[in-house]
Ligand binder design. Structure first.
Ligand code: TPP
Ligand code: MG
Length: 303
């Protein structure tokens, strides 16, 4: 699929994904908006700029695999996959309905393009590490990407996989952590303090980068840096705002797993539409300034 590093395009895609998350959850009357909205920029960067994949051939042998470990944020995965062309966007409104391919947690056998079934937290990194080592054993060049959450670091299974991936120098494994500081019942640091996950991963001999995961430019730069790193797995800790883009959902664990009602959804969509207008204007202003500078330079050359 055609990749792009065009920040205007990518930011507009992330905005559409956020709007579709709201529409899906309203139609379903249930689901997880907090983590989904927070990770829209990371998913946009992954599916439109980073992953080698082909939505028309989901089983392409040379594809990179993306494992969504924190399966409850699948609305963002589905909305991104639809935008990339895996299935029609209209199908998003079937989220969580009986017989739908878009279940409340990803079900690999129902939808082509899903690499694993997930929902039980703490298992994704083990699965991703297993896939990464098998690719190495087969001397394949594809990479494995794992999206996982901060809350999943309360699970022992996660830490076993952290040890394993470092021992086998899985440099074909790149993880993006949804570090939004919330989990189901409140703040991660109140429920089970995680402290510095950067220091923890470094102590386990991983490459670690910590970025603002709501800035697409930072995500792309961090990923480029990964190529220059040594023989170790990589963790990109993405500091993100849960509920990002919808004022009354931001930084509030109440919105971990609650759908908006009609009025709330209307307000959310109005706010996101306003952000889209702002995006268009600010990018227009930037191009206007660039063109003005070019004209100035040209004129100076003439004089
Ligand atoms: C093994 C397991 N235990 C408990 C749950 C229930 N559960 C679903 S989401 C969640 C919170 C996990 O934290 P995080 O992924 O950081 O949540 P978010 O940031 O999306 O609010 C929990 C405990 C689960 N899905 N799997
Ligand atoms: Mg969290």
């Amino acid at each position: 699929m055609q990749k792009t590093n065009d920040l205007k395009k990518l930011n507009l895609i992330a905005n559409t994904i956020r709007q579709n998350i709201i529409r899906m959850l309203l139609a379903a009357g249930t689901g997880h908006p907090g983590g989904s909205l927070g990770m829209a920029d990371v998913f946009t960067a992954l599916y439109f700029s980073i992953l080698n994949h082909d939505p028309k051939k989901p089983l392409w042998q040379k594809r990179d695999s993306l494992i969504l470990s924190n399966g409850h944020i699948c609305p963002v995965l589905y909305a991104t996959m639809a935008e990339a062309g895996y299935f029609p966007s209209e199908e998003l409104l079937t989220l969580r309905k009986l017989g739908s391919r878009l279940q409340g947690h990803p079900h690999r056998e129902t939808l082509a393009g899903l690499e694993t079934t997930s929902g039980p937290l703490g298992s994704g990194l083990s699965q991703a590490a297993g896939m990464a080592i098998s690719l190495k054993m087969d001397k394949k060049k594809s990479r494995v990407f794992c999206v996982m959450s901060d809350g999943e670091h309360d699970e022992g299974n996660t830490w076993e996989a952290v040890l394993f991936a470092a021992k086998y120098k899985l440099n074909n494994l790149v993880c993006f952590m949804d570090r939004n500081n919330i989990q189901i019942d409140g703040l991660t640091e109140d429920i089970m303090p995680l402290n510095s996950l950067k220091k923890k991963y470094e102590a386990f001999n991983w490459n670690v980068l910590e970025i603002n995961g709501n800035e697409i430019s930072e995500i792309l730069v961090a990923f480029k840096a990964v190529h220059r790193l040594n023989d170790a797995p990589t963790m990109i800790i993405c500091n993100v705002i849960p509920g990002k883009g919808v004022s009354f959902m931001e930084n509030d664990s109440e919105w971990h797993g609650k759908a908006p009602n009609k009025e709330q959804a209307a307000q959310a969509l109005a706010e996101l539409e306003q952000q889209k207008e702002y995006l268009l204007k600010s990018f227009m202003l930037k191009s206007f300034k660039r063109i003005k500078q070019q004209i100035k330079k040209k004129n100076r050359g003439i004089q």
